[in-house]
Design a protein around this ligand. Structure first.
Ligand code: URA
Length: 237
């Protein structure tokens, strides 16, 4: 919403008077005097008029959920339970998901109402690493490590996947680090090696790891350190 419009609604000032007040330097946005009546202010901006808070900063929300398999990674679904249905925070219905998982995948899901944060987190060039634990139907061959590092050509998107790090943990078990999130990406990658994913679990996103003491189906707010630190983890390759 434009600043002039926001101010005009206050005490029914009207647009002309609102604009004059802005030009007279009586309005601050996030503590700074703003003279531009057409400035776009988002719902998180703190706007002051004559030194009084016009509209308080909205509560910025950041949560993690330990998603069980079978729960949909969406805010609403006509048929299935969603990650939001697992929560009971009063503001849960204004959240969006920062990085979905398939219905049968388990593990870390982040939810927020902070569009700037999630946009930054999901930006393709942010290259925030996402770490998954994978179980497969057939043995994972040692040459798969190089194949994942080289990338796979995805015909539908006409692209080669970014180098991914595959650590073989057992005959049919691996840890995989991706720096992107394409549709069914891990299942498609393993399929290209002639294998099949039978279980998939997300362990971490950037600097945020699913805590061992957060049971499946449980959720909690992120700490300040997690909110800021999610971007800090270096690309792991
Ligand atoms: N890749 C997949 O195939 N599924 C997920 O849920 C996440 C990554």
């Amino acid at each position: 919403m434009k600043l002039e419009r926001l101010l005009a609604k206050h005490d029914s000032l009207g647009r002309t008077r609102a604009r004059l007040h802005i030009l007279a330097g009586r309005v601050r946005v996030d503590g700074v005097v703003v003279l531009r009546h057409d400035l776009e202010v988002d719902r998180f901006a703190q706007v002051e008029f004559n030194g009084e808070l016009l509209r308080d900063t909205e509560r910025l929300l950041h949560f993690m959920v330990n998603k069980p398999p079978g729960i949909v990674s969406a805010t609403r679904d006509p048929e299935h339970r969603t990650v939001v249905d697992l929560m009971n925070d009063p503001d849960r219905h204004c959240l969006h998901i920062a990085g979905r998982l398939d219905r049968n995948t388990s593990g870390l899901v982040l939810l927020t109402n902070d569009g700037r944060w999630s946009k930054r987190l999901m930006a393709p060039d942010a290259k925030v690493p996402k770490v998954y634990r994978v179980e497969t139907r057939d043995p994972i061959l040692p040459e798969a490590v190089d194949e994942f590092a080289r990338g796979f050509y995805f015909h539908t998107e006409d692209l080669v996947t970014r180098p991914a790090r595959l650590e073989i943990l057992g005959e049919k078990e691996a840890r995989l680090t991706l720096h992107e999130g394409r549709y069914h990406q891990i299942k498609r990658m393993f399929h290209r090696t002639g294998n099949l994913v039978v279980r998939l679990h997300r362990e971490s996103i950037g600097g945020i790891a699913l805590p061992a003491d957060l049971p499946e189906g449980a959720w909690r707010p992120l700490t300040e350190m997690e909110i800021a630190g999610v971007f800090d983890s270096p690309a792991i390759l």
